[in-house]
Structures are given as structure tokens and as C-alpha cells.
Design a protein around this ligand. Structure first.
Ligand code: AMP
Length: 395
């Protein structure tokens, strides 16, 4: 009988499932959204019928419903060989994916203070799959793990050292599963091995981060203690002056209100006053909406500055690599960003930028460019499925 690998990705209000066969080919994927809300809904990708979910369905109900739906459609004939979970925060404990046992669960729980929106739902997903498939091995892959190779100069804040020692205050970095995929895929496309390949990897989705990767290892990254630091994002501010917190408090805002604004009402949404969606922003800007044009401008300028900053960690650069919904699809953002980086020798080819994908290996740099520039679709689920298969084979 064919054996599959199930990948579970729990967001704060969503649950995504992906099913792979033993050769890492994707068999099916499914998603439940707006969980714990009145209008929770679910669907199987490529299937026209929505999957019924009860109102206010939680992660456990969503998992049960989607697994039954996959079974009904003959997409999951038997229990999977193993299950891989995406977990946002692994603190300093996890440098790679691990088989889940009670110690691992306890540590994920201990890290929940650093990722209060994410680690508890990942644990809910692990619990739900354990109930549904009690005898199936499960693994956890961490968004932070890939960045555990950062040196102290990159991960320490310039704060009293007791904050790190006593409270674990440091830069952790996120999107590590995606950046790891980019490091490997870029090396493959460049005809090199990951261990000899150095890239700058920009993951530009609703959340955005950029990582310097030296000889296959993460050496600097833009996100920090939390996924709020760094680039401008859909609804997150990215870098602001730390003095802002005291100033906003002096204007009467509470800690919760400041947190809410910086995480959910800032970024592209905050600047444009309209939307966090880059595609919609581009349309608005084309129709003369100036705040939307400004949001795109600020997004690209901050990104360009970070590309420059990431160069400080590298002794050579094999490629700048772009991914995520914006990185993969927005030729406008790519063009605008790279236009700020001519002094460093980046030169985009306008035609290849418009039609990337028609050209080999997603390359969009002009013949004059000092460095290759690649557009590569990320595949975090595949990384997790491969890690799950590897750990189970070795166990
Ligand atoms: P992700 O979180 O990776 O799904 O990325 C979501 C972001 O990608 C949103 O801001 C989308 O508007 C953006 N996006 C997706 N497709 C396009 C497109 N064709 N052009 C511009 N932005 C896009």
C-alpha cells in the first residue's frame, strides 16, 4: 500500500494540510480558515465543493473534518506514514526538526511566551493529530531552527546582557523553513552545492523577512525576538524607533493597543489606509491613490536597505533570491526595489522581470548585473515532508 506523509500547518486562525507521497510528490492540500469565528470555512484545493465546518470550529474540529473529507474523496486511503508539523518558535533548543515526544511538547510550550499567537495553536494541532492517529510518528519543524547558526554579533541586541541570560531576549529569526528551501533550491539552480553557496534570500509574503546565507548557513536575518522586526509587512510595521513605545504610551495608549497597532494595523495596511494586499495596492496606485503608491514605495525602499545590510555578513554573493506571494508575483516590487541597488551592482532585466518563469531557472538579472537575481517559488511543506520522512527512516 502507498504511504503518505501529512504536513500540518496551524496558523492563529487557520489550518493547512498537505499530503505527499513517498517520492515527495504532493497528492492533495486543504485549508480551513477563520477558525473560532462564526464564518469558519474549509475547502480541499482543486475541489469545487466547500467542506462543511461548524460555526466557531476550532483547530481540532477543522483537522477532523478535513481528514474525513480527504478520506471521502479517496485522497487518503490509509493512515499516513508520519506527520510533520510546522512550529513557529523553537527557542534556542531546536537547531533542526525533531521527532515529537513529551519533552519536545514541553519545550514548545515553554517557548509559547515568545510566540503567543502561534505555539499554542501548533500544540493544538499536534494534540488533535495524536488523537486522530495515535500510533503514527510526528515531527516538528521550526521556523526559528535554521537561524540558530547566527553568531552572537548578529543575534544579540545591545541591551544589558542579563536580559539574554535571564529572559532569553535575543534575535531568533523566522521563516527559516522557507529560507532553508531557498538556500538549497538556489544552489541547485546555480549548479552548486548548498555548502558552497552564499545568497541573500528575501521571503516577501504577508509576513516578510530577509536572510543572509553564507555557505548554506543563516548568518543574519531581519526578524528578531518576534516576527515584528525588520521589513515592512502586510499589517506589521517592521523596524520602528524603540522610543515610539514610550511616546505612544505618553499619548495614552495601553501596551495591548500598541501591540495591536504594530502587528495588525501597520505596514502596507497602515500606510495605505486601505489594504494589506500588494495586488490591490498596485491597482489602487494605478488609479491614482497616493497613499497606496507611498506604501509600495516605503516597502521597496526598506527592502533595498536590508539587501544592502545583509551584504555585510557575506564575503561573496552567488545570488539575490526572491520568494513569497509578493517576491514571486510582483514585477513592480522587484523592479522598484532593485532600482535602489544599482550602486551595489544589481541590475534587473525589465523583460525577464516581467516574464520570469519563461526563462530558465527564474533568473531576471540583466547581462550587466554583478550578481544573479532569481525568483523561486518557496515550498515549506515539501521541506517539512522531507524532514518527516528522514527522521522516521532514521528512528
Ligand atoms: P503570501 O503570504 O506568500 O501568500 O503572500 C501574500 C501577498 O502576495 C499579498 O500581499 C498578495 O497581494 C501578494 N501577491 C500575490 N499575488 C500577487 C500578484 N500577482 N501581484 C502582486 N502581489 C501579489
Amino acid at each position: 500500500m502507498k504511504q503518505s506523509i501529512l504536513v500540518v500547518n496551524c496558523g492563529s486562525s487557520s489550518l493547512k494540510l498537505a499530503l505527499f507521497d513517498e517520492r515527495s510528490e504532493k497528492i492533495a492540500s486543504a485549508v480551513a480558515q477563520r477558525l473560532n469565528e462564526q464564518d469558519a470555512f474549509a475547502r480541499i484545493d482543486g475541489d469545487n465543493h466547500t467542506v462543511e465546518l461548524p460555526a466557531n470550529a476550532n483547530h481540532k474540529q477543522a483537522l477532523q473534518t478535513l481528514v474525513s473529507a480527504l478520506r471521502d474523496r479517496q485522497l487518503m486511503a490509509s493512515a499516513p506514514l508520519c506527520i510533520g508539523h510546522r512550529v513557529v518558535h523553537g527557542g534556542e533548543t531546536f537547531r533542526e526538526a525533531v521527532l515529537i515526544d513529551s519533552d519536545v511538547i514541553e519545550t514548545i510550550n515553554d517557548c509559547a511566551g515568545l510566540a503567543p499567537l502561534h505555539n499554542p495553536v501548533a500544540l493544538a494541532g499536534i494534540e488533535a493529530t495524536r488523537e486522530q492517529f495515535p500510533d503514527i510518528p510526528q515531527i516538528a519543524a521550526f521556523d526559528t531552527a535554521y537561524h540558530q547558526t547566527l553568531a552572537p554579533r548578529a543575534y544579540l541586541y545591545a541591551l544589558p546582557e542579563a536580559y539574554y541570560r535571564d529572559w532569553s531576549v535575543r534575535r531568533y529569526g523566522f521563516h527559516g523553513i522557507s529560507h532553508f528551501f531557498m538556500a538549497n533550491e538556489a544552489a541547485r539552480r546555480l549548479g552548486k552545492t548548498p555548502a558552497t553557496t552564499s545568497i541573500i534570500s528575501a521571503h516577501l509574503g504577508n509576513g516578510c523577512s530577509i536572510t543572509a546565507i553564507k555557505d548554506g548557513l543563516s548568518v543574519d536575518t531581519s526578524m528578531g525576538l518576534t516576527p515584528l522586526e525588520g521589513l515592512v509587512m502586510g499589517t506589521r510595521s517592521g523596524d520602528v524607533d524603540p522610543g515610539l513605545f514610550g511616546y505612544l504610551a505618553s499619548r495614552g495608549m495601553t501596551l495591548n493597543e500598541i501591540h495591536e497597532v504594530l502587528n495588525h494595523k501597520s505596514g502596507l495596511l497602515g500606510i495605505s489606509g486601505q489594504t494589506n494586499d500588494m495586488r490591490s495596492l498596485c491597482e489602487l496606485a494605478d488609479h491614482g491613490h497616493e497613499p497606496s503608491a507611498l506604501a509600495i514605495e516605503i516597502f521597496c525602499f526598506r527592502l533595498a536597505k536590508y539587501v544592502g545590510a545583509m551584504m555585510a555578513s557575506l564575503s561573496h554573493l552567488d545570488a539575490l533570491v526572491l520568494t513569497g506571494g509578493i517576491g514571486e508575483n510582483s514585477s513592480r516590487v522587484r523592479e522598484k526595489t532593485l532600482s535602489h541597488l544599482k550602486l551595489l551592482g544589481f541590475h534587473i532585466d525589465a523583460d525577464m522581470n516581467e516574464h520570469h518563469g519563461c526563462y530558465s531557472d527564474g533568473r531576471i538579472e540583466h547581462a550587466d548585473s554583478r550578481f544573479p537575481i532569481l525568483v523561486i517559488p518557496t515550498n515549506e511543506e515539501l521541506v517539512i515532508a522531507r524532514e518527516a520522512a528522514r527522521l522516521v527512516a532514521n528512528s
